[in-house]
Design a protein around this ligand. Structure first.
Ligand SMILES: NC(=O)c1ccc[n+]([C@@H]2O[C@H](COP(=O)([O-])OP(=O)(O)OC[C@H]3O[C@@H](n4cnc5c(N)ncnc54)[C@H](O)[C@@H]3O)[C@@H](O)[C@H]2O)c1
Length: 267
């Protein structure tokens, strides 16, 4: 393989189907020559993920529920069996009870708060701990976040709080691992219709609002996210760490509704 990722090996976590952000990133990494391994959450997803992995020339597939530390240990053990070194990890995982992704944040339960933080935030730390040992020649850790970490977005609720913690984790991890030349970054993606996004209340309204008000007057695609993912995983971003990089058609710079944007309603 030729390309800017030739000779590099990485793990993609969080592929569910061909609409996943992980798929957009994995495709571009492969196009540029990277060798890929995939982890997926549970048997039910395997039949979806296996053909996609094969399409990208990968036969390294590991079942890994990231709330289970032993499963994470097994995942990195499996990688060690095949590879002597790891160059990058893409962590595209988030989860919360969809019953709490509507209504108000004030009603968040302790149980779902802890579960959301565990799967959507701590898992990235747990991945960093295990990836670090294999990143003997430096490396790149990448996660996915959303603007709901910075400002209040209707219904995003506890997921916004989790993404804020994830973004801060990116900065602390970047500081911890920088001496080892391991870079840690996040892409803050605009809203994209995926399986995870379908759990968020009034998601179509959020999509429309972004389309009408973002500077580029459109929503982003998994290809847009893939391009930025490729850059951050590659040596092109060799001086970039601790960064929250927006791939949102510019939405985050806008302060209010555009004059020419239509008023829209949720009904
Ligand atoms: N779609 C958007 O609008 C959007 C915007 C910004 C950020 N993001 C983030 O992008 C990431 C990927 O989500 P997506 O939108 O591609 O949706 P997706 O449903 O395709 O991917 C979410 C993935 O998380 C995995 N996952 C959930 N719980 C897990 C667990 N316990 N163990 C292992 N894996 C688990 C699922 O299996 C799935 O593969 C998430 O962090 C999400 O918050 C999405």
């Amino acid at each position: 393989m030729t390309g800017i990722m030739a000779g590099k090996r990485g793990l993609i976590m969080g592929l569910a189907n061909d609409r996943s952000l992980a798929w957009g990133i994995a495709k571009q990494l492969r196009d540029q020559g990277a060798e890929l391994a995939f982890s997926y959450q549970g048997e039910a997803l395997e039949k979806r993920v296996r053909p996609l992995a094969e399409q990208l020339g990968s036969d390294i597939l590991v079942d890994c529920d990231v709330s289970n530390m032993e499963a994470l240990d097994r995942t990195f053990e499996a990688l060690k069996q095949r590879w002597d070194r790891l160059d990058f990890v893409v962590h595209a995982i988030g989860f919360s009870d969809k019953n709490e992704l509507r209504g108000g944040y004030v009603d968040t339960s302790l149980e779902n708060f802890l579960m959301t933080m565990n799967i959507s935030v701590y898992s990235f730390v747990a991945v960093a701990q295990r990836a670090r040992a294999m990143m003997t020649d430096g490396g790149s850790l990448l996660t996915l976040t959303y603007y709901g970490a910075e400002k209040v977005i209707p219904h995003y609720n506890v997921m916004g709080v989790a993404k804020a913690a994830l973004e801060t984790s990116v900065k602390y991890l970047a500081a911890d691992l920088g001496r080892e030349n391991i870079r840690v970054n996040a892409i803050s993606a605009g809203p994209i219709k995926t399986l995870a996004a379908s759990g968020i209340g009034d998601f179509r309204y959020i999509m429309k609002w972004n389309e009408y008000n973002a500077p580029l007057r459109r929503n982003v695609t998994i290809e847009d996210v893939g391009g930025a993912g490729l850059y951050l995983c590659s040596d092109l971003a060799s001086g970039v760490t601790g960064e929250i990089h927006h791939v949102d058609a510019g939405y985050n710079v806008v302060g209010m509704k555009a004059e020419d944007a239509p008023d829209i309603a949720t009904v």
